[in-house]
Ligand binder design. Structure first.
Ligand SMILES: Cc1ncc(COP(=O)(O)O)c(C=O)c1O
Length: 443
């Protein structure tokens, strides 16, 4: 690394990072991408095993998405959606409502957390505008929806957000269907119990609950919880029964991560509001969306003086370069038949995961599509700390030494590769994970 880079990197305050330890770490400076590899300032190459925080689809480097972004930049780099329309945002909105069954309108933001804020505001104001104010929210334990105030409230994790509690709204939590570590020995009974609790909560809040918020298909950041078949569909029915809006968060699970383009359709559930982000632009540009139905949209119409309009908007809302990136990305999904490739790689992943079941430090394995969590436990207890360091740091450091970037969630090894990654690269990621489990067994 040259001296300029080594001096520069100390000024950056990194997210979710204990900065006291950061300078002691041999942290690398990424300077370019080559296919599915990240290349550091010393020329070392690392397979992008985290899909650059779960958003990367095609790897790194030039492709049709970059071309579309360049074209857009040469037309106009940015124009606002406040009072003006833009061609790429209009075309993308049409494309998205075509993909997302039952959705009619698209509201743009520039990150997933903000898309969730918009969803919460939409739900509150929908009831407000109907003169039937409902102010409570329900969400699932282990849920994560982002780091802004509303998103932290519905996806509350004490360890992360305890210090920010004075900012947050109290939200009613219902159990998440995680079998591992529960008192149930089968998913059916667990699911029955979770649904019973959900119904009890919605009944108690009847007439007061604006929306139930949950990740669609699976929870990721809260510990890779894959919903049992029928769970989301039943929650969707309960929301209808108790006249509560269903907000689905597909920011991390939509566009193929779990093997379906639109996960809520695969789950046979119907949201009133749904959020997408991450893979929407394949990681080429920060963009997120909140989609809703004509029925909800209609409640925001009225005379200006009725004050029914949605008071939300960011400087970069619906950025034309991001919209152009998303359009080109979604075209590539079709052109390259990405969903079929995901299905095949998911089968491969499933098969490789069986190799981990033999280890006595693997407590549980949860998998769907191109998402897997391998939960590490020793003698029934979560394996979080080693003698010298945290398991998470051990995995990250050792994987980098093997030319792969992995980032576990506490004691859960995460397999979450770029969606279009080839079998060979996936094989390397699985080999490294297995090697690390074997090394951990002996520590
Ligand atoms: C399910 C879910 N919702 C929301 C978010 C927040 O998205 P962003 O990081 O773009 O704000 C994330 C981020 O990981 C997520 O996993």
């Amino acid at each position: 690394m040259n001296s300029l880079q080594s001096a520069d990197k100390r000024f950056v305050w990194h997210p979710y990072t204990q900065m006291r330890d950061w300078s002691k770490w041999d942290n690398r400076v990424i300077v370019r991408g080559e296919g599915f590899y990240l290349v550091d300032s010393e020329g070392n190459r690392y397979l992008d095993g985290t899909a650059s925080m779960w958003c990367n689809v095609w790897g790194h480097g030039p492709n049709e998405v970059v071309e579309a972004m360049k074209d857009q930049l040469s037309n106009i780099q940015h124009s606002t959606l406040f009072g003006l329309a833009s061609e790429p945002s209009a075309r993308l909105a049409k494309k998205l409502v075509g993909l997302a069954r039952g959705m009619d309108r698209v509201f743009y933001t520039d990150n997933g957390s903000s898309a969730i804020e918009v969803a919460l505001k939409m739900a509150l104001q929908y009831w407000h505008n109907r003169c039937r104010p409902k102010k409570e929210f329900v969400s699932l334990e282990h849920g994560y929806h982002g780091d802004t105030v509303g998103a932290m409230s519905v996806g509350y994790i004490e360890q992360f957000f305890g210090a920010y509690k004075p900012l947050l709204k109290k939200v009613h939590r219902i159990p998440s269907p995680l079998l591992y570590g529960s008192r149930f020995d089968n998913e059916k009974d667990l699911m029955g119990w979770c649904l019973e609790k959900a119904e009890k909560t919605l009944k108690k809040l009847e007439g007061r609950c604006a929306a139930l918020v949950m990740e669609s298909g699976a929870q990721i950041a809260g510990g890779v919880v894959i919903y049992p078949r029928g769970f989301q569909k039943e929650i969707s029915k309960l929301c209808k029964k108790y006249d509560t809006l269903l907000i689905l968060d597909e920011i991390a699970t939509g566009f193929g991560r779990l093997g379906s383009m639109i996960e809520y359709a695969a789950q046979k559930s119907q949201p009133d509001i749904v959020c997408f982000g991450k893979a929407l632009t394949a990681g080429y540009f920060p963009l997120a969306v909140t989609l809703t139905t004509e029925k909800i949209f209609a409640e925001f119409l009225g005379k200006y003086s009725d004050n029914k309009q949605l008071y939300h908007g960011h400087t970069f809302t619906g950025h034309p370069v991001g919209c152009a990136a998303a359009l080109a990305n979604l075209d590539l999904y079709e052109k390259r038949n990405l969903m079929q490739q995901i299905q095949q790689n998911s089968q491969y992943l499933k098969q490789r995961l069986t190799e981990f079941t033999k280890s006595d430090i693997v407590g549980d394995i949860r998998h769907k599509g191109l998402l897997a969590g391998i939960e590490l436990a020793r003698k029934g207890k979560p394996l979080i700390n080693l003698k010298k360091e945290r398991v998470g740091y051990f995995i990250m450091r050792e994987s980098l030494e093997r030319g792969v970037h992995l980032r576990p969630l506490g004691n859960i090894m995460m397999i979450i590769p770029p969606l279009a990654m080839g079998k060979e690269e996936l094989e390397r990621i699985m080999d490294v994970n297995l090697e690390l489990v074997k090394k951990l067994e002996k520590l």
